[in-house]
Write a protein that binds this ligand. Structure first.
Ligand SMILES: CCCCCCCCCCCCCCCCCCCCCC(=O)SCCNC(=O)CCNC(=O)[C@H](O)C(C)(C)COP(=O)(O)OP(=O)(O)OC[C@H]1O[C@@H](n2cnc3c(N)ncnc32)[C@H](O)[C@@H]1OP(=O)(O)O
Ligand SMILES: Cc1cc2nc3c(=O)[nH]c(=O)nc-3n(C[C@H](O)[C@H](O)[C@H](O)COP(=O)(O)OP(=O)(O)OC[C@H]3O[C@@H](n4cnc5c(N)ncnc54)[C@H](O)[C@@H]3O)c2cc1C
Length: 645
């Protein structure tokens, strides 16, 4: 910031906590903080990684530019001998969806998690050196959510010792796989295995798609891109593919591991949610401190919009959620590592919980984040609608996270099955553990009364936790009782699916709240850091309580008076967070390059830069626009009647 005026300096001086220590908490450790900081600067200073022109490039130019960036990223990774951790940070700060995400994020994990030792030895060295490029081809034109409904077949031919991969219908074309359209040379293709005329369910097969010499599709394979997607730039940097037919290499997968790749990716998507959310919140918070409207007295300055209680009521719960998702993401990573180690030792006991947690939290965090990015756009008023705010593109890139890797409602229904199973086993030998341990106290939770009498009582973490546990337990038991009235349970499940989804959401919110509270029980150094995190935890929980008051009241978990006291407490928490707001978003340590937003600039110098950005638009290349002579001048001169348009 040498020689640059910091328009947010006053805001930064107000902070009541140690921002540098908060940066470490946000990053997860000092090591990760230093590594991220170094890689973020490396990316920001490299002109190849420029991204401010994405919205104005044609699809072809955009795509070619992405290929250039991916190749350059790989070159830098080799030249600088970056570790896996550093390389993945580099990908993060380059901030552009590309085929490499699917290669590293799904193709390699699918082989690691599902292929035999022999197959791994053959394919992994090639994939690690990027001598082959892979994608994950599961979804078809006709089926995405219903994996068991996939139509592509893999028929074993004992004569040739080969599998014949066949898409017999239009609807069995593989449709959506990222990287498939234009780049991938190989794919893990999911197909129904057939041997001796017998079907054995859906399995993954490694298929070569394109020649490694001239990139042409191999005989029998038709392949292309599925077309433009939502938003300019945005996810259009990615080639999402369609393909039909093919012969292939082989695979042999243990039944329980088929879904393993999805569990892994859902876990990474939860961590990613806190990144996208914090980025939008950082932009909206800084801009809200810069922007002033109304309230000027005697010719003095107007009110910063961040000082309006409505703005705080919309913004601070999002800020709190960014921190909440960060910590639940950390915990989920631990859970995933733990379940992976167990699976290697043939212990499948914790897989159902890992599946329910990754599915539910993926759904909860992505739905919230997509809505929150749009809310941040509105929090920035008209300027939020400009591409230079960074918010439209962030929304367009982010919003498919609600659909890919499992539609969010379909995933909540998986959580509901797990919850209903847990309720049905209450009272049996099998005690609920982990994230459902609270169900073990169901008798108490069904009749306990919330003890809150004054607003400050809501600051007690045990009070919050019990209210959330009572709400979830009562909702789950109520829907389980309704289910029991159906002669056919599957019919009941379909009929009651809206209630089941609501119970699942309550369960997932409880997990996030309880993991935030657990985080606060750790030793967290730094002046005021723990206090501020405590406030954010309370804001996250009490805001949910306020938004879902219907659940809490209808289950009798709290009284209307207690609901109103929670709201009073929320307002008071907003006032306490207010002076710390800018410092709390500074703790994300985002570079201006990564934020990609004029409104979110670190120095708050918004207006001159907005003005500068506007002049860069290609429309401003000429003063008189193209088309003037054909369409505007004749209009003005009333000559249109005879003109041929
Ligand atoms: C440049 C340099 C770089 C350097 C390096 C840099 C590195 C960079 C790295 C970058 C990284 C970027 C990250 C990637 C980016 C992502 C991008 C987005 C990609 C998006 C990809 C996709 O979009 S890819 C397709 C995903 N498509 C689904 O997601 C389908 C959903 N649909 C289902 O998932 C099933 O269809 C559904 C519904 C469960 C029903 O499954 P079903 O039909 O079998 O029926 P049931 O419900 O009966 O389930 C039967 C029993 O299986 C149990 N179970 C079910 N699932 C289970 C599971 N997962 N784990 C365990 N158990 C599971 C269940 O609990 C039952 O258990 P039980 O019998 O005991 O009750
Ligand atoms: C950007 C993007 C990238 C993708 N990348 C890949 C990839 O790399 N590889 C790959 O294989 N796939 C990929 N996909 C596909 C993705 O995984 C699927 O689109 C996703 O799993 C949802 O499936 P669907 O499209 O069949 O939705 P559908 O299931 O058809 O959903 C339509 C509607 O039906 C509802 N619905 C469906 N089933 C139920 C039910 N049982 N109960 C209640 N409601 C239900 C859903 O909630 C939704 O509202 C990608 C998709 C996108 C958007």
């Amino acid at each position: 910031m040498d020689g640059v005026v910091d328009h947010l300096a006053d805001e930064r001086n107000k902070a009541q906590f140690d921002v540098e220590e908060m940066k470490i908490v946000w990053a997860g450790s000092r090591h990760v903080f230093e590594l991220s900081d170094r890689i973020a600067r490396l990316v920001a200073s490299d002109p190849v990684f420029r991204k401010d022109n994405r919205a104005t490039l044609s699809r072809k130019d955009l795509f070619k530019n992405t290929l250039r960036k991916a190749a350059h990223a790989w070159k830098r990774i080799i030249e600088l001998r970056l570790s896996e951790e550093e390389a993945s940070k580099l990908r993060f700060y380059v901030d552009e969806a590309a085929f490499t995400d699917l290669h590293w994020g799904m193709f390699v994990p699918a082989i690691k998690g599902q292929a035999t030792e022999e197959q791994q030895q053959k394919w992994l060295p090639l994939a690690y050196k990027m001598q082959i490029i892979g994608c994950y081809a599961q979804t078809e034109l006709g089926h995405g959510s219903n994996v068991q409904g996939l139509e592509t077949t893999a028929t074993f031919d004992p004569q040739t010792d080969e599998f014949d991969i066949h898409s017999p219908t239009l609807t069995s074309s593989k449709w959506w796989p990222g990287g498939l359209g234009k780049v991938s040379t190989h794919a893990v293709v999911y197909a129904r295995l057939i041997t001796d005329g017998q079907e054995h369910g859906v399995h993954g097969f490694i298929v070569q798609l394109r020649s490694l010499d001239d990139h042409l599709p191999l005989p029998g394979i038709t392949i292309g891109d599925i077309g433009m997607k939502f938003g300019n730039g945005a996810y259009n940097t990615m080639d999402n593919g369609v393909t039909r037919n093919g012969k292939c290499v082989r695979s042999n997968v243990p039944r329980q591991l088929i879904y393993g790749t999805m569990v892994f990716v859902r876990q990474t998507i939860v961590s990613d949610a806190s990144c996208a959310l914090s980025r939008a919140v950082c932009i909206a918070t800084r801009y809200s401190a810069v922007r002033r409207q109304f309230g000027s007295q005697n010719g003095g300055v107007e009110t910063q919009v961040i000082d309006y209680k409505t703005q705080q009521n919309r913004l601070f719960p999002l800020l709190a959620a960014a921190y909440a998702f960060r910590f639940v993401g950390e915990w989920l990573k631990w859970l995933y590592t733990d379940v992976t180690q167990r699976l290697q030792a043939n212990d499948f006991s914790t897989l159902p919980e890992a599946h329910a947690c990754t599915a539910g939290l993926k759904s909860l965090t992505t739905t919230f984040t997509a809505d929150a990015i749009e809310e941040c756009r509105k929090l920035c008023g008209g300027h939020g609608y400009l591409c230079s705010s960074g918010l439209p593109e962030l929304f367009a890139v982010y919003v498919p996270a609600c659909t890919y890797e499992g539609d969010n409602v379909v995933l909540l229904l998986q959580v509901a099955r797990f919850l209903m199973k847990t309720v049905s086993q209450l009272g049996s030998e099998k005690k609920p553990v982990g994230t459902t341990a609270y169900m073990g106290r169901v008798e108490h939770l069904m009749q306990c009364r919330c003890s809150v009498q004054k607003a400050e009582d809501w600051l007690n973490p045990n009070t919050i936790l019990e209210a959330f546990e009572a709400r979830t337990a009562r909702m789950s038991v109520a829907v389980a009782q309704k289910l029991a009235q159906f002669a056919n349970p599957e019919e009941g499940f379909l009929e009651l699916s809206p209630n089941l989804v609501e119970a699942s959401v309550a369960h997932c919110q409880l997990i996030v709240v309880s993991k935030f509270i657990e985080k606060l029980q750790q030793d967290i150094p730094g002046k005021g850091v723990k206090e501020l995190l405590g406030m954010l935890c309370n804001i996250y929980a009490l805001n949910i309580l306020h938004k879902h008051l219907g659940d809490f009241l209808s289950t009798g978990s709290i009284t209307p008076k207690q609901g109103s006291l929670a709201n009073d407490q929320l307002r008071s928490l907003y006032s306490q967070v207010r002076p710390n707001a800018i410092a709390l978003v500074d703790a994300f340590n985002y570079t201006d390059h990564y934020l990609g937003s004029v409104l979110g600039r670190y120095d708050g110098n918004v207006y001159p830069k907005l003005y500068e950005e506007a002049w860069k638009d290609p429309l401003n290349d000429s003063v008189v626009p193209d088309g003037y002579h054909e369409y505007i001048r004749p209009l003005l001169k009333n000559q249109l009647r005879n003109a041929r348009l």
